[in-house]
Design a binder for this molecule. Structure first.
Ligand SMILES: [Zn+2]
Length: 269
């Protein structure tokens, strides 16, 4: 239970206190009286508003009985972690989409901690050996102002990212299929991805039976880009009055788009 909250200005410490004098033994599962030795811990949790939050608690040792000598396990944190599970999953998701530098900045942790969380949480979230994805999505993610790329593979049915690789070459995606194994790769049914030749090549080689679907978002992005080009050339050829009219039209389009987005947001709630 909650026993206190201390506000230190830039961070908050929430203290937890146990309501039972017993603890569950991780080995035999029995509820055992806690020994006198308990171990104070402060671990990072999700921010509360603009402030970093920490959970302060004690880890107990079950009194000696079945041979287990370690501390109890808690359901909100991994055994040796310095953060809660939900904080790690948050950092992991940030890592999927952002360069480490940005992740560190957003989460308020250092490079090593972010990398460590990223690696360990990924292992916990999905292990390729335990799944047989049939439908995957492949995304390229730009970072450092588009100078670098990541390749992220999602299992569409699980709704989770299952693999992340540096770069966006054929060889990058080849590594995913290698990690997955040739048997499972051959059973792949659908690959949703960007119209990006290196990915197309990799899919053709590694899972020739899979159907390639170029996802709507990327197709729309390409079409929008083409439309923008057309509009720009039209604008360059137009006289002053026509330009005014075009600007107005573009403004209306943007306005309508904004309202649409807003309505979409409302229906999602
Ligand atoms: Zn035990």
């Amino acid at each position: 239970m909650l026993s206190g909250v201390m506000d230190y200005g830039d961070h908050i410490v929430v203290s937890l206190r146990k309501t039972h004098k017993t603890t569950r033994c991780p080995t035999c599962g029995r509820r055992i009286r806690a020994s006198k030795e308990s171990y104070p811990r402060i671990i990072r949790d999700l921010d509360i508003g603009p402030k970093q939050a920490y959970l302060s608690h004690y880890k107990d040792k079950p009194d000696r009985h079945c041979g287990y000598r370690g501390y109890e396990r808690l359901d909100f944190a991994e055994q040796y972690s310095r953060a809660t599970i939900r904080f790690e999953e948050y950092v992991y998701r940030l890592c999927l989409n952002l360069p480490l530098k940005s992740v560190c900045e957003i989460a308020g942790i250092d490079w090593k901690a972010a990398k460590n969380i990223d690696i360990h949480t990924q292992k916990r979230i999905e292990d390729l050996r335990n799944i047989s994805p049939k439908r995957i999505g492949v995304d390229e993610i730009a970072y450092e102002k588009g100078h670098h790329y990541l390749t992220v593979v999602r299992d569409i049915d699980l709704g989770k990212a299952i693999w992340v690789g540096l770069d966006r070459k054929s060889a990058t995606l080849d590594m995913f299929f290698e990690d997955l194994g040739s048997e499972k790769s051959a059973l792949m049914e659908i690959v949703v991805m960007d119209m990006w030749d290196p990915y197309i090549l990799s899919v053709r080689i590694n899972c020739p039976k899979a159907e390639m679907v170029f996802d709507e978002f990327h197709v729309i992005k390409k079409i929008t880009g083409a439309l923008d080009k057309v509009r720009k050339t039209e604008f360059a050829d137009a006289d002053d009055d026509e330009r005014k009219l075009m600007k107005h039209k573009r403004f209306l389009m943007l306005k309508r788009r904004k309202r649409l987005d807003h309505e979409e947001l409302e229906t999602h709630d």
